[in-house]
Structures are given as C-alpha cells and as structure tokens.
Design a protein around this ligand. Structure first.
Ligand SMILES: C[S@@+](CC[C@H](N)C(=O)[O-])C[C@H]1O[C@@H](n2cnc3c(N)ncnc32)[C@H](O)[C@@H]1O
Length: 242
C-alpha cells in the first residue's frame, strides 16, 4: 500500500464514486467526457485523499514497487516535474530534506514548492538546463533520471509522435552524461515505432532495458514507460554515433 506524502484526509471508498456530468450548453462533449472520467477516476480520488499533487504519482509508485528504482540516499533528477507528484514520491523514498536535498526537478511551468526538492523553472531543452540541473545537485552524479515530460499535443499524430521521441532522446542523452554507475533512467514514451531505436541505443549503456506500463496508466492511452537499469558507467553521449 502506498504511503501518503502529506498526511491526507483519509481514504475515500473508491466504490462510492460515480459522478455523472450533465452536458452544459457551453461545454464541448469531449470536455464533458474528460470531466466525467476525472471525477470517476479512483486514482484522482486517491491522489487527493493521500496528499499527492497529481494522479501521476501512482505511476512512479507502481513502477518503483515493481522495479525498485528509488532507494534511501539516492540522488534523483525529475524532468517535467510539475505539478510535483513524482518529486514528492522521490523525496520520500530517498529521504531528501531541505538541509540535504537529493531530488532536483525541472519544468517550464510554475510549480508550488515540494518539501525537500529543488525545483528549477526552465525548458529542459534549453542549452543551459543540463548544467543548471547538475549544479543544483551539487555537482554529484545522479542515481535516477526520470522523465514524465510530454509536449502539449498538436492533434497531428505524426508531429506529436516525433516531438515526444525527440524529448525522450534528449532526456536519454542527458541521463548517460549524469548517471552514476548502476544508475537508472525512466521516461514516458508512446507506443509507435521509433522508440525501439532508442531502446537499442540504451541497451549498449545499461544492463537491462524494457518497457513497463503501470496499472495507473490509462489503458486507452498509448503512453508507456521506458526503463533502463544498471548504467554501465560510460558517461558519453549515446546519440553521438560510435
Ligand atoms: C505529465 S506532466 C508531469 C507530471 C509529474 N510527473 C507529476 O507527477 O506531477 C508533464 C510535464 O512535463 C513538462 N514539460 C514538457 N516539456 C518540457 C520541457 N521541454 N522542459 C521542461 N518541462 C517540460 C510539462 O510542462 C508538464 O508539466
């Protein structure tokens, strides 16, 4: 059972939830469906009850329960951290404190503070972002680089696919530069071809690589997570061609 980060108001029975949303005249049908799904989503209810900033927190909790990615004392970099659910989970599992911060997050949107976490407001694809992250981690190598980043979708599927793939490649490239030997990398990807090339590249740098879809990731979403464990310690640019 997941532990609560902030001492939530107690568990609500998810079976009691069944909210129907009337279609308001000014609301699009798709928005009504989204709202109805949010209101009936047991993970949304659990996130609220247990004090998590996002339902996404459960994806990391489930990935960690199954694949043992977070350990006390680990240093963690959280790419695309807002609103902060993954950072909360990472801070709790590593024991990150304000006096000894072990978790650094980055996002280009504003975020409320997450106790024990250093948060940078910047686009990760900007040239100075990697150096800023490493500096925030006190120059230490990281044990886990995790990316839940996704660009806002354009609605044009091939464009959206290419955009997410390029984000993941940049994140993977960063990971192999900052990870300590034995470290791990996880990143949100979408099923659809190109990420298998990235997987092949990662296989050279990590002992094990695989895809994992945690139960809290919506079944109707193409989202899945790339997991690479056991970094071999060769801090080089994987996309650089060798
Ligand atoms: C799904 S949300 C992350 C949720 C987060 N894991 C949590 O548990 O709260 C994806 C985030 O990635 C951020 N993002 C997307 N592209 C980014 C980029 N290039 N640089 C920084 N953040 C980015 C978005 O602003 C968004 O907040």
């Amino acid at each position: 059972m997941a532990k609560s980060p902030g001492g939530g108001a107690g568990r609500q029975s998810i079976h009691d939830l069944k909210v129907r949303v009337k279609t308001a005249r000014n609301r699009k049908h798709s928005s009504t469906i989204w709202l109805e799904r949010q209101l009936n989503d047991p993970y949304v209810a659990r996130a609220k009850a247990e004090g998590y900033k996002s339902r996404a927190a459960f994806k990391l909790i489930e990935l960690n329960e199954k694949h043992h990615l977070l350990h006390p004392g680990n240093r963690v970099i959280d790419l695309g951290a807002a609103p902060g659910g993954w950072s909360q989970v990472a801070a709790r599992e590593t024991g990150s404190r304000e006096s000894n911060p072990l978790v650094v997050g980055i996002d280009y949107i504003d975020m409320d503070p997450v106790p024990g976490v250093i948060l940078l407001k910047q686009d990760f694809t900007e040239e100075s972002a990697p150096a800023n992250l490493i500096a925030a981690l006190g120059g230490h190598k990281a044990d886990l680089v995790m990316s839940d980043m996704a660009w806002p979708t354009t609605g044009h599927r091939p464009t959206d696919h290419l955009r997410i793939v390029s984000l993941v490649e940049i994140a993977a490239d960063f990971a192999v530069q900052v990870l300590a030997p034995g470290g791990s990398f996880i990143a949100k990807v979408f099923q659809g071809g190109t990420e298998h090339e990235l997987l092949a590249m990662l296989k050279r740098s990590f002992a094990t690589t695989f895809h994992a879809k945690p139960p809290s990731s919506r079944k109707d979403s193409a989202e899945t997570y790339l997991v690479a464990k056991g970094f071999r310690g060769d801090n080089r640019v994987i996309g650089g061609g060798d």
